[in-house]
Design a protein around this ligand. Structure first.
Ligand SMILES: O=P(O)(O)OC[C@H]1O[C@H](OP(=O)(O)OP(=O)(O)O)[C@H](O)[C@@H]1O
Ligand SMILES: O=C(O)c1cc(=O)[nH]c(=O)[nH]1
Length: 207
């Protein structure tokens, strides 16, 4: 069973979550945010990264189709993809955000054959732009992308829309609603501050 709350609490405990009410965090999409979730820190905690891999493995286990390859989304998805590929004893590739400007000009590093079934691993989904792009690059290369799995999602409606328009599925271990509740339980934010963060997210998702 997915342990969404345990992973949300773990992110809080390793200080992966920072709050700035002045919205001075700038996301990759250009959005100015009052919160930043730095899942890269999980690399430094073997117990937590092992739990994350186990959660991903459980998600793969219940999928109708099984992957031939695990793909990492550059850069923060790459280590988790590597650990999952190792755990499942599967080949791994990673996908750059754009083709390399020298050498072989690759965007996909590693070997993907026509028709290979691939699962994309990402650390976090905000607007979904980065992970969906990774999945589409693999699809364009002839892979059958079974879906995107990520540690965390903000639950923005625009990400849902984007994925559904591309006929791509995604799932995450934990999400913003669960994290916000964990922050209240840990006395990091008040119930009112939680409501205000959720309202900010809901407004953002619809714009
Ligand atoms: O869903 P999105 O709106 O695309 O946002 C999420 C992306 O943003 C972060 O990556 P970042 O661009 O900071 O690069 P990194 O992975 O190299 O750290 C994160 O790791 C995701 O890849
Ligand atoms: O959208 C982003 O760029 C983003 C948000 C966030 O909370 N954490 C992160 O690593 N990236």
């Amino acid at each position: 069973m997915l342990n969404s709350k345990e992973i949300a609490n773990a992110l809080y405990e390793i200080n992966a979550i920072q709050i700035r009410p002045d919205r001075s965090f700038v996301w990759t999409s250009g959005i100015h945010s009052p919160i930043y979730c730095d899942n890269r820190l999980t690399m430094s905690y073997p117990d937590i990264r092992k739990k994350i891999v186990q959660q991903f493995a459980e998600m793969v286990d219940v999928m109708d189709e099984k992957p031939d390859i695990i793909a990492g989304c550059a850069t923060a998805g790459i280590p988790h993809a590597a650990w999952l590929a190792e755990y499942l004893n599967l080949p791994m590739v990673y996908v750059r955000s754009k083709p390399k400007g020298h050498g072989k000009q690759n965007q996909i590093e590693g070997k993907v054959n026509q028709g290979d079934k691939v699962i994309v691993i990402e650390d976090l989904i905000s607007t979904g732009g980065s992970s969906l792009e990774t999945a589409l690059v693999l699809r364009e290369a002839g892979a059958e992308v079974l879906g995107v799995l990520a540690i965390f999602s903000y639950g923005l409606k625009k990400a849902d829309v984007k994925f559904s328009e591309a006929d791509m599925s995604f799932d995450t271990i934990t999400n913003f609603d669960i994290l916000a509740e964990a922050l209240v339980e840990n006395n990091e934010i008040s119930e009112e501050e939680k409501e205000s963060l959720l309202e900010w997210r809901n407004d953002l998702g619809n714009n």
